[in-house]
Ligand binder design. Structure first.
Ligand SMILES: Cc1cc2nc3c(=O)[nH]c(=O)nc-3n(C[C@H](O)[C@H](O)[C@H](O)COP(=O)(O)OP(=O)(O)OC[C@H]3O[C@@H](n4cnc5c(N)ncnc54)[C@H](O)[C@@H]3O)c2cc1C
Length: 511
């Protein structure tokens, strides 16, 4: 599926209307994007909204755009370190994919001691809400790192609380739509608020949009999709089902499945039997698993529906499961093509209905179940990534590279849903790689930090660093560096993380 994106006016008129800034001057060639061009992504034209006349909504130290795992960590941390912080979020909850996208649970990093102080604090706060981390669950699989049960409704509440305490000003229902560039600096970002257009001036900007949107407005080189296939990772449209009889599900489906089909869900079995923890999951564990394949034969499901099926119980919601599906085929839908992206939503919603109906008809315990929540944000695993001062690659994972300016560690595998074969190698237990501060800053813009899934790296590298705990640690480091640079008059792309005193860093490499 491909469409040409064209602006419905002559290029000349468009240029006239745009009256463009330095970034806009890079418009050439940006009018048509094809998926085959993946790899380098053309810059985004930044339209002149008459910024000179726009009201200045805030003039602040740090402006963070995007309140996902990374952006929220960056905002809270910078504010805790004394900076005045504005956090711009287009939705009405912080958490990004974790809340609006119904992504649950926070994945383990598969390495010890990866939790940076922000994560430890967040986990404690979630525990106070009655949702403890998944500590001790199957230590072979879930050793170290992450494990937070970031239940969407609790997480958005806790994030508000953290921002309030730290003094972060949140601007909800506010979308970034442009940037004012002054030489090598971002002078302001242009936002659409419920009142209309406005600008936010700041000394430092942090891009936590997941889509590198602020960076692309600022002309930072960006890439999208696999360098080989041109495709983005597949998107999902997650949902939750309630009204499930968990006892019946466990005994009549999961345990029966373990006995009849082998240890397909050791985690679930171990969890209940040995640890007594109420955590259950099932997923399609074999390529041609007959239970779901029969659903296709009977016409209840399609081939697309059964490519990826996964469900988790959620502590604090005793009859609810979070569905890590449906997954819309990457071959047909792109996370970096506005029309295709929108078509994926409609397609995904139909898949969701078929899957829910199938579960209700065929899985013991689901007889009285129903959809209680569908994601309000598409589950984008990968879209655009910047090319920063350091460009992370698969080698960094495969060779377990460490860096003096590391901001966090992880051993989460290269998890590509579309093409699995190429990087199936896993680090040995105890090994990990690190993410250098230089992957969060750019050569081109001195007052910009980029954190989260759009940080600097290849398609394969991003497939590992994209999980929530790693995004949070990157955001936390960005917040520390922003406040540090600000206090000393050092541009963030000149900050040397390794020169910040150890006691003030969230992570110190052991070399
Ligand atoms: C289906 C799926 C399942 C996953 N499963 C897991 C899992 O089990 N465990 C795990 O740890 N990770 C999982 N991940 C990965 C993880 O959820 C994400 O990679 C991570 O949350 C990314 O965080 P982020 O802050 O970089 O971006 P996001 O969470 O995408 O946040 C970006 C934020 O920016 C805002 N924003 C975007 N554009 C604008 C704009 N123009 N103006 C204002 N605001 C804007 C968005 O609204 C959003 O709040 C999964 C991802 C997907 C898609």
């Amino acid at each position: 599926m491909h469409h040409a994106f064209s602006i419905p006016m002559s290029r000349r008129d468009f240029m006239k209307l745009a009256g463009l800034t330095a970034v806009g001057a890079a418009l050439g060639g940006a009018s048509e994007q094809t998926k085959a061009e993946a790899g380098a992504a053309p810059p985004v034209p930044s339209v002149d909204f008459g910024e000179a006349d726009l009201p200045v909504l805030y003039d602040t130290d740090v402006c963070v755009v995007g309140g996902g795992a990374a952006g929220t960590a960056a905002a809270v941390t910078a504010a805790r370190k004394g900076a005045k912080v504005i956090l711009v979020e287009r939705g009405i909850s912080l958490g990004g994919l974790a809340t609006q996208g119904c992504v649950f649970p926070c994945m383990a990093t598969y390495c010890y001691d990866s939790d940076t102080p922000y994560i430890t604090d967040l986990n404690k706060r979630m525990e106070r809400q009655g949702v403890p981390p998944l500590l001790g669950v199957d230590t072979d699989t879930y050793y170290g790192g992450g494990r937070g049960q970031y239940v969407p409704e609790y997480l958005s509440f806790v994030y508000d609380e953290m921002c309030e305490e730290a003094g972060v000003r949140i601007l909800y229902n506010t979308s970034l739509i442009g940037a004012v560039i002054d030489g090598e600096r971002i002078a302001a970002c242009v936002v659409q608020t419920i009142e209309g257009l406005a600008k936010i001036q700041a000394r430092i900007f942090i891009d936590g949009t997941g889509d590198a949107l602020l960076s692309r407005f600022a002309g930072i080189p960006a890439e999208k999709g696999s360098e080989k296939t041109g495709r983005n990772q597949p998107m999902s449209l997650r949902f939750e089902m309630g009204g499930i009889d968990m006892g019946k599900l466990y005994h009549q489906f999961i345990i029966k499945g373990v006995k009849e089909r082998g240890p397909f869900d050791k985690l679930a079995e171990d969890t209940l039997r040995k640890k007594g923890r109420p955590f259950l999951q099932f997923w399609k564990w074999k390529e041609n698993e007959p239970f779901f394949r029969d659903g296709v034969t009977r016409g209840e499901l399609t081939e697309d529906d059964i490519v990826y099926i996964q469900a988790f119980t959620i502590t604090g919601k005793p009859t609810v499961m979070s569905m890590n599906c449906p997954e819309m085929p990457a071959l047909n839908f792109s996370a970096t093509d506005a029309v295709s992206f929108s078509e994926a939503v409609t397609f995904g919603r139909k898949m969701m209905r078929r899957l829910a109906g199938f579960f209700i008809r065929n899985i013991p315990g689901f007889e009285k179940a129903y959809i209680i929540r569908e994601a309000s944000m598409v589950g984008v695993r990968e879209s655009w990534r910047i090319r920063g001062k350091y460009y992370m690659e698969a080698e960094d994972y495969l060779k377990a590279h460490h860096f003096p300016d590391a901001v966090c560690r992880t051993a989460y595998p290269i998890d590509i849903h579309d093409v699995k074969t190429e990087f199936s190698a896993k680090l040995k237990k105890g090994q990990y790689y690190e993410i250098p501060y230089r992957a969060l800053v750019t050569n081109e813009i001195s007052n910009l930090l980029v954190a989260g899934r759009c940080a600097s790296g290849s398609f394969a590298a991003q497939a590992s660093f994209r999980i929530q705990p790693t995004c949070m640690s990157m955001g936390e480091a960005a917040g520390i560096a922003a406040a540090w640079g600000l206090a000393r008059g050092v541009e963030v792309n000149a900050v040397r993380w390794e020169n910040i005193p150890k006691s003030e860093r969230s992570y110190v490499s052991e070399g």
